[in-house]
Design a binder for this molecule. Structure first.
Ligand code: DON
Length: 589
């Protein structure tokens, strides 16, 4: 039996112990009473039958932490052969497109944050998808159609990886693509999570016939963990990309396959849309927090802005003095989230199309927001943005972190939007297309209490990038790399990153504990707090107190993102694969 690292932190990490089979936990509630909690069986592991030995790893030279053991190994080998963090990131991303098809991709997009090394400014590679030229603001007003060809944004992944490689890569492109070709050609043993996903999605009526054909189980019945998945058509596509680079995808035979697929399914992407797609270098959002420098992606991701705005608000309070799971700490976290997510809805979108107020990430603005927090009552979400009329009326992304021997680092988050995206495979080319168009505000003017946003900043327009929550994040101090993190989880992502940062920077938790500690989420609307493990009896007093302050507390399982993280401590690297949803691997050397 595997014990998932389930930990509960009242304010000190001193009592946490990792045992041979998992975690033994530690509790020092605000009352001062000591509780020891062994949470060995709350959540069964999704992968494998043996205790994982590679989810928390120390190394000196280099490290890759991703959701897929095969992909982490590919990245680590690139580092061992003299590649740098960007080389390893490119190879890992392409390997994930084979071994983690729910989110690893060449048909989607994302954000890569590069820390080039001491003394060099970090850079964000924005390879977010764009709306096709024929897209219109109202196209999803009646029907969101998430599994249709119309939901597909112009993919950005290969332009993004190629742009990063062109600027920083040391190893030849071909060498970085070939491990993915081999994985697709030879196949790999699928784990239980992927077997379940493939069986599940094949059974849905909205799934395309080509998806069913490509991911058909070997005996025609159902996938079992351990069976091998080979993807010969994807292998051919990747081989073309190895030889011809990203242009093959945007201008060559793969572009042709995509436009044929679009034509067959009444999709909007044209040859001109593909040819015109550009990945962009952008200056990251930079904030400071208690002496640390925080870097995250700028719009069109909301991630960096949200994380820095929330940290700036929290810097006005002594979280450490209260304790990590003290009611006042959680109250302040919730109120920082509420205010920041309201600003996200109000202001954020593609900066090429909307003007984003620069004050969002300033300390002065955060002071005003902090001062607006009532320390003994929840602020109703309705009170925050009276100008937005609010009427009363889904997964998959993956993040990986890389650090190399020269202490260059990459935080990369990319996605197909939902698990397996639009579930449309490009016929003959063997890869999945995203449904990222559903990240735009579907119904202009309609913001509701369930969390639909209808504000103008993120309505659809031709060529526009849809607002993202992806938050690949890098922390430095005195110019030295400290932490690389990020997560999947849609709108929960900035809050997941916030929890990891607060755990690390305020509470000095070791990185495995910082990643394992229960997380919470509030997104302005819906006006409720979801909190991992809030249903556990140990949290009852906390939950009770928060309810008395006016918060709607909703417990949820431990599933708020897999934050694959690397901490740099002196000369050593500590990598943690977050095993909330899948096992993952920290591969170091
Ligand atoms: O870019 C975004 O914010 C979303 N498309 C991410 C979707 C996601 O994280 C889904 N799941 N884990």
């Amino acid at each position: 039996m595997i014990t998932l690292p389930i930990t509960v932190f009242p304010g000190t990490a001193d009592l946490l112990q990792r045992t041979a089979t998992g975690w033994q936990i530690l509790l020092l509630p605000a009352t001062g009473m000591l509780l020891v909690l062994v949470l060995a069986t709350l959540a069964p592991p999704l992968r494998g039958a043996e205790p994982p030995d590679f989810t928390s790893v120390k190394a000196r030279e280099g490290m890759v932490v991703s959701v897929s053991p095969e992909a982490s190994d590919v990245g680590r080998k690139v580092l061992q052969r003299g590649g740098n963090a960007v080389d390893a990131a490119v190879a890992t991303a392409l390997a994930l497109a084979v071994t983690y098809p729910g989110a690893g991709n060449i048909g989607g997009g994302g954000f890569m944050l590069v820390w080039p090394g001491e003394g060099k400014p970090p850079v964000c590679v924005d390879y977010r998808e764009t709306a096709p030229t024929a897209a219109t603001a109202e196209m999803f007003a009646m029907d969101r159609a998430p599994y249709s060809h119309r939901a597909v944004g112009v993919p950005g992944t290969l332009r993004g990886l190629a742009l990063a490689h062109q600027r920083w890569g040391k190893r030849p492109w071909n060498e970085l693509v070939m491990p993915a070709v081999t994985l697709a050609e030879d196949g790999f043993a699928i784990d239980r999570a992927l077997a379940e996903d493939l069986n599940d999605i094949a059974a849905k009526p909205t799934t395309s016939a080509e998806f069913r054909r490509m991911f058909a189980p070997p005996d025609g019945a159902a996938w079992q963990a351990g069976e091998r998945l080979a993807q010969p058509e994807l292998a051919r596509t990747l081989r073309l990309i190895a030889q011809g680079g990203a242009d093959t995808f945007y201008l060559g035979p793969i572009a042709q396959a995509i436009t044929t697929e679009m034509h067959a399914g009444a999709g909007l992407i044209t040859a001109a849309d593909l040819a015109g797609y550009k990945a962009r270098f952008r200056e990251p959002i930079h904030g400071t927090y208690r002496g640390f420098d925080i870097f995250g992606p700028p719009p069109p991701s909301s991630g960096g802005t949200c994380v820095v705005e929330m940290l700036n608000i929290l810097e006005n309070f002594d979280l450490r003095g209260e304790g990590r799971y003290a009611p006042l700490t959680i109250h302040r976290l919730i109120e920082a989230m509420r205010r920041t997510y309201c600003d996200r809805a109000r202001y954020l979108g593609d900066p090429d199309f909307v003007e984003i107020p620069p004050q969002l990430t300033t300390k002065e603005y955060a002071r005003q927001l902090a001062a607006s927090i009532d320390q003994s009552h929840a602020t109703p979400s309705t009170a925050l943005a009276p100008e937005i009329s609010v009427s009363s009326e889904g997964e998959s992304t993956t993040h990986f972190s890389v650090v190399d021997a020269g202490r260059m680092a990459v935080a990369n988050t990319y996605t197909l939007q939902e698990n397996f995206g639009a579930r449309i495979v490009v016929r003959g080319a063997g890869f999945l297309l995203n449904n990222e168009m559903t990240d735009f505000n579907a119904r202009p003017g309609v913001t509701d209490r369930r969390g639909a946003i209808g504000t103008p900043a993120n309505t659809i327009a031709p060529g526009k990038r849809m607002l993202s929550s992806q938050s690949p994040t890098i922390v430095a101090r005195d110019g030295k790399l400290q932490l690389v993190t990020g997560s999947p989880g849609g709108r929960t992502i900035p809050n997941t990153v916030l929890c990891v940062l607060v755990n690390t920077l305020d509470f000095d938790m070791p990185v495995d504990e910082a990643v394992a500690a229960p997380r919470l989420h509030h997104a302005w609307w819906p006006d409720r707090v979801t909190m991992e493990l809030a249903a556990e009896p140990e949290f009852a007093p906390l939950v009770q107190r928060l309810k008395s302050l006016g918060h709607d507390m909703v417990p949820k399982p431990r599933e708020q993102g897999d934050a694959h993280t690397i901490r740099v401590r002196g000369d050593s690297l500590e990598g943690v694969a977050d095993v909330r949803q899948t096992l993952g691997k920290a591969a170091g050397y």
